[in-house]
Design a protein around this ligand. Structure first.
Ligand code: 0O2
Length: 236
């Protein structure tokens, strides 16, 4: 059975006496209320991720039956960790409240869809966007318009409903579509971002930008080869 708010406060006061001894009772209630709302919000984002993954897996399964191959290589999902949430809110100058996290951050729930081919990315994004229970709030096409450093991916901020015991709630999920090659590039770039004082960082940035170009042309050629294979199959 779920604990009542006061019971949770009593347990917390017992578990963390040093923290709670010197805080007035009303303030304790406020702190615990905020913690509870934050924990609830993260749970809701996890549920939204599950809904989104189900939708993507359904599209993948149907496509594989129709075309005898899977458009999705893998799906990686995460709820942004609390430290990154706090850091981003601080960096953007937003007051750190639970309501503000939900209103101001669009990527607390993130789903990354890795595909082999660029055309599959747009196919999946179109199929997903056409579903009538969700709304696409924003599209950032970093494949057609890559970032200056060479970053490529298609980002969709999608609002999706989750069904809780007593309410239907709309949650935002950032869905990133990438090819395997784009994902490889982004993971190397990500490592550079989080390493401080790297020697030759300018050279590395330039090398990465060149690699992004190479990767893009390989993705285009792989797409052409796959199209040739499919045309060949039709001629059989
Ligand atoms: P992490 O660790 O992946 O969560 P907005 O969401 O619109 O308020 P934001 O966050 O700048 O503004 O949006 P953008 O540019 O679409 O980037 C969101 C996410 O895309 C990032 O999340 C990364 O996951 C990825 N991304 C964007 N640009 C780059 C890049 O240059 N290199 C790499 N490797 N990934 C990138 P986070 O929160 O930065 O990081």
């Amino acid at each position: 059975m779920m604990k009542e708010k006061n019971e949770i406060m009593d347990v917390a006061a017992e578990e963390f006496p040093a923290l709670f001894d010197h805080i007035p009772r009303e303030q304790q209630a406020k702190i615990l209320g905020t913690v509870q709302s934050f924990v609830t919000l993260l749970m809701e984002y996890r549920c939204a991720i599950r809904e989104m993954e189900t939708k993507l897996n359904v599209l993948n399964e149907e496509f594989s039956l129709l075309h005898e191959r899977n458009p999705i290589e893998s799906i990686k999902s995460r709820v942004k960790d609390p430290a990154s949430i706090v850091e981003k809110m601080y960096r953007r100058g937003h007051a750190l409240t639970v309501d503000n996290i939900e209103a101001k951050l669009h990527d607390v729930a993130g789903v990354r869809v890795i595909c082999s081919f660029v055309e599959d990315i747009y196919y999946l994004a179109d199929m997903l966007s056409a579903q009538d229970d969700l709304e696409v709030l924003k599209v950032k096409d970093y494949i057609k318009n890559p970032k200056k450093n060479g970053y490529r991916s298609l980002h969709l901020i999608i609002q999706i409903p989750i069904f809780l015991s007593n309410q239907k709630k709309y949650m935002q999920v950032e869905v990133q579509f990438r090819t395997i090659a784009m994902d490889f590039w982004a993971s190397v770039d990500h490592k550079l971002k989080y390493k401080k004082n790297v020697k030759n960082s300018e050279l590395i940035v330039e090398e990465l930008r060149k690699c992004a170009e190479t990767i893009s042309s390989v993705d285009t050629r792989m797409q052409e080869i796959r199209n040739m294979i499919e045309e060949g199959e039709l001629d059989d």
